[in-house]
Design a protein around this ligand. Structure first.
Ligand code: ATP
Length: 291
């Protein structure tokens, strides 16, 4: 095989809790990860020169060793002693620096594609082991679907698939630094922690209303005070018929879960017209593993 075109799917967090701050500065988390059908496309082609070449429609993204695609390709070349190079055409649609694991999923897609193009025979487990060297979310992006992520996000337990429903995604025109959010997170007896175990049982029970009700992200305690627009978007989604709305990851992207396609479509149009968000997408929960 010389060339492969793959979808790199984004994730949302249906639940995000920070259990404790470790002495090394990392945070122990409990997160419910969920793939949505919002994706970048990577066209990956084998080339005979020993290079990693990246082109992208988003000119502000790095195309050198700072791109996670580059890091993933370099790791695969070194691990498997691959002599040829690759040329990657990245069509980026996932909001960048937005809490949707955009870079991590591109890295995961690169590893998946190189495994096939170079016929490496690596198992999913092996790719996940390698992926964590690139970033804590990469193993989940290789796995996909509905999962509990613990540790620093790399300890994964597969969960029964989340109920398929429309998902409205809206990213305001602000940048939120993940570092700022974690550094300003106060963990004490007043911190409102989401009940991740309850959320897992709601998912198992296929109860969409309960999921929407029990969703929670402890990082909102930092971002909503500092960036009120996040709350404005949440409130608008609820007013427009979302069963629940929440910030994904460390933000600033907000997602809303709907049960009715028509209601979701109207909420999507209304969000676009409101000017509250720079990027707005209507997508769905997506549980299929690889395309
Ligand atoms: P997470 O949900 O894991 O916190 P994120 O959505 O906050 O991820 P990304 O979209 O992965 O963040 O991008 C974070 C930074 O990484 C960007 O500022 C960007 O310059 C850099 N980056 C490197 N490679 C990529 C890539 N392939 N796609 C997007 N960003 C990339």
């Amino acid at each position: 095989m010389e060339e492969l075109n793959v979808k790199a799917l984004a994730k949302i967090n249906l639940g995000l809790d920070v259990v404790r701050r470790r002495e090394d500065g990392y945070h122990e988390v409990r997160m419910i990860m969920q793939t949505v059908h919002l994706f970048d496309r990577l066209n990956i082609r084998r080339i005979s020169s020993p290079e990693i070449v990246i082109h992208t429609n988003r000119t502000f993204l790095p195309t050198d060793e700072n791109n996670l695609i580059y890091k993933a390709a370099k790791l695969m070349r070194e691990t498997y002693d691959i002599k040829d190079g690759i040329d990657v055409e990245l069509a980026k649609y996932i909001p960048v620096a937005a809490g949707m694991a955009g870079g991590s999923t591109d890295a995961a897609a690169t590893m998946y594609a190189m495994n096939r193009i170079f016929d490496l025979g690596a198992s999913e487990e092996r790719l996940k082991e390698l992926g964590v060297k690139i970033g804590a979310d990469v193993p989940y992006c290789i796995m996909r679907g509905t999962a509990l992520a613990e540790g620093i996000g790399e300890e994964l337990t597969s969960l029964p698939p989340m109920i398929k429903c429309p998902v409205l995604i809206a990213k305001p025109a602000i940048s939120v630094s993940t570092k700022f959010v974690y550094e300003n997170l106060k963990l004490d007896e007043n911190t409102p922690h989401p009940d991740i175990d309850k959320l897992i049982s709601d998912i198992k029970n296929k109860d969409l209303h309960a999921v929407a009700n029990d969703m929670g992200n402890v990082l909102e305690t930092v971002t909503i005070d500092n960036y009120p627009i996040i709350n404005d978007i949440k409130q608008k989604m609820i007013a427009d018929g979302a069963l629940g709305a929440m910030m994904s990851g460390s933000g600033p992207t907000v997602f809303g879960l709907f049960e009715d396609d028509n209601v979701a479509e109207k909420a999507y149009e209304s969000m676009k017209e409101s000017g509250l968000a720079k990027q707005v997408y209507l997508t769905t929960i997506y549980n299929t593993r690889w395309n």
